[in-house]
Write a protein that binds this ligand. Structure first.
Ligand code: SAH
Length: 353
């Protein structure tokens, strides 16, 4: 039995079942036993691989898209370049390399990272020695233009799940049966925050909410509207779909989310409709499929330029990486790109709908 399972079982025995959001928060961020607090989960030897770890092209194109948005807004300096959940720092390192020749961009930027994991902060510091780290997004200095990227950050935010029952909702919770953690459902209650879902759901449908998302996205949108800037947000998900997207991944395999708490990555689909609703007073462009976004930014030309210098296994891996990032059957369709931008400024290139 893991230490965290023991802690959760005791807590549930004392105060009753917990929401999926509370379960996710404990499993991912428990100060001693949390998944992110205790390890670097990325890469082939880890539990999952992300777009920037697949190919340098992802970060290069994200960097150039953000630099273009900065140029479109008159190249304001100084400005904040921010990333929540930077993983190993690979995305930001690729962005910085690709933008090195954009006049004034590097001189003007102040790099701010938001990271909960001490293990990942250490990995980021090796690649990004000039960054400043924060525990929360609202700790980033608020008086400068904010140019931001986030890849697979919002999918780690805790979700709550509700099952439609008449005009009310039963919340899916984690309880205990003996020494086992088990899913359960509360009694149905009407919920004002889900009133708008009564129109597009049927009896028994499950909907998910992300309690932290509106305030986080609202904070980013408020800053971008007030000071200028843009945020590129990439994640898997769709617009206000129904169904259970709560998943656990360990060693590149899906596992039962209640098995081995704190030892598997827990994520859920990002609801881009909720994200767009929370963006005001900034505008929200997209979401566009990741494959479409990358093709619009010229990934094929970049892939060919890189391919010219490769052969053998390296060339094969490069071709496979291009396909993995863009093909609809791989990450190209499931992953989406949305952008927050000031209402009177164009969206970053590639995100136009
Ligand atoms: N963006 C990276 C890593 C994605 S994994 C990439 O694309 O490779 C999710 C990242 O978000 C990790 O760095 C994790 O430690 C961080 N994270 C998750 N929840 C967080 C929270 N509540 N606050 C700050 N960072 C968080």
């Amino acid at each position: 039995m893991t230490a965290l399972r023991e802690i959760l079982l005791r807590r549930i025995a004392a105060t009753g079942p917990i929401s999926i959001a509370e379960y996710m928060t404990e499993c991912l961020l428990h100060p001693e036993h949390g998944y992110y607090t205790t390890r670097d989960p990325l890469g082939a030897e880890g539990d999952f691989t992300t777009a920037p770890e697949i190919s340098q092209m992802f970060g290069e194109l994200m960097g150039l898209a953000l630099a273009q948005a900065w140029l479109d807004q008159g190249a304001p300096a100084p400005f904040v370049l921010a990333e929540p959940g930077p993983g190993r720092g690979t995305l930001m390192a690729d962005m910085l390399r690709a933008t090195a020749r954009v006049p004034g961009f590097h001189d003007g930027l102040r790099l701010h990272l938001v990271e909960a994991s001490p293990a990942l902060r250490a990995a980021q510091a090796e690649k990004l020695p000039h960054a400043t780290w924060h525990d929360r997004l609202d700790q980033i200095p608020g008086d400068l233009p904010l140019f931001m990227v986030a890849n697979e950050f919002f999918d780690a935010l805790p979700i709550r799940q509700f099952v439609r029952d008449g005009a009310g909702w039963r919340e899916r919770v984690v309880g205990r049966e003996g020494d086992a953690l088990v899913f359960g459902l509360t009694a149905p209650v009407p919920l004002a925050e889900l009133e708008h879902r009564l129109d597009d759901t049927e009896e028994g449908d499950m909907v998910e909410t992300s309690p932290a998302l509106p305030a986080l996205v609202g904070e980013i949108g408020t800053r971008i509207a007030a000071n200028g800037g843009a945020a590129l947000i990439v994640d898997y998900g769709g617009r206000g779909a129904t169904g259970d997207s709560f998943q656990a991944v360990r060693g590149h395999e899906k596992v039962d989310p209640l098995d081995m708490p704190g030892q598997a990555d827990l994520t859920a689909h990002v609801d881009f409709a909720a994200l767009a609703r929370a963006a005001a007073p900034a505008a929200c462009a997209g979401p566009v499929p990741q494959g479409v976004f990358l093709e619009r930014l010229g990934i094929t030309a970049r892939a060919q330029a890189l391919a010219a210098r490769l052969d053998g296994a390296a060339l094969e891996a490069h071709v496979a990486a291009h396909r993995r990032l863009t093909h609809p059957a791989e990450m190209g369709d499931l992953f989406k790109v949305a952008a927050l931008h000031p209402c009177n400024m164009p969206p970053p290139p590639g995100t136009e709908t």
